[in-house]
Design a protein around this ligand. Structure first.
Ligand SMILES: [Zn+2]
Length: 123
């Protein structure tokens, strides 16, 4: 597997990793900065595949419903929920990453300021 650019959703650290993928298409890898193993968002192609599945499951839900085939509609509804929850999960991880990056950036800014206020190695 080629190395991928990752952003840790816990600490906002950026690194490259050969992540392993679970059967839902999510990558899992350990962050070299905080040593936490996290789930990573879906990639663009996977998101497109899930979006396509969302449309497809929606059709398989609506069509039987229209024909009054409740059993089929209900089983399709589970698929619809599943696909939607995966897209939602990916979206949430992305939000968490953004937050972590922003926090990491703010910490760096603060540390930089402290360095300027209290120069090291000077009495
Ligand atoms: Zn991390």
């Amino acid at each position: 597997m080629p190395k991928k650019n990752m952003i840790c959703p816990e600490c906002g650290g950026k690194f490259q990793s050969e992540a392993s993928m679970d059967w839902h298409g999510f990558l899992h890898t350990e962050c070299p900065f905080c040593q936490k193993t996290s789930k990573y968002p879906l990639e663009q192609g996977q998101k497109m595949a899930y979006s396509f599945m969302l449309v497809f499951t929606f059709i398989t839900f609506v069509v039987p419903l229209y024909h009054g085939a409740w059993k089929y509609a209900i089983s399709a509804l589970w698929g619809l929920f599943f696909v939607a929850s995966k897209l939602d999960e990916s979206y949430r991880i992305e939000k968490k990453q953004e937050e972590a990056v922003r926090k990491a950036y703010m910490n760096r800014e603060r540390e930089g300021e402290e360095e300027n206020l209290v120069p090291k190695g000077q009495d």
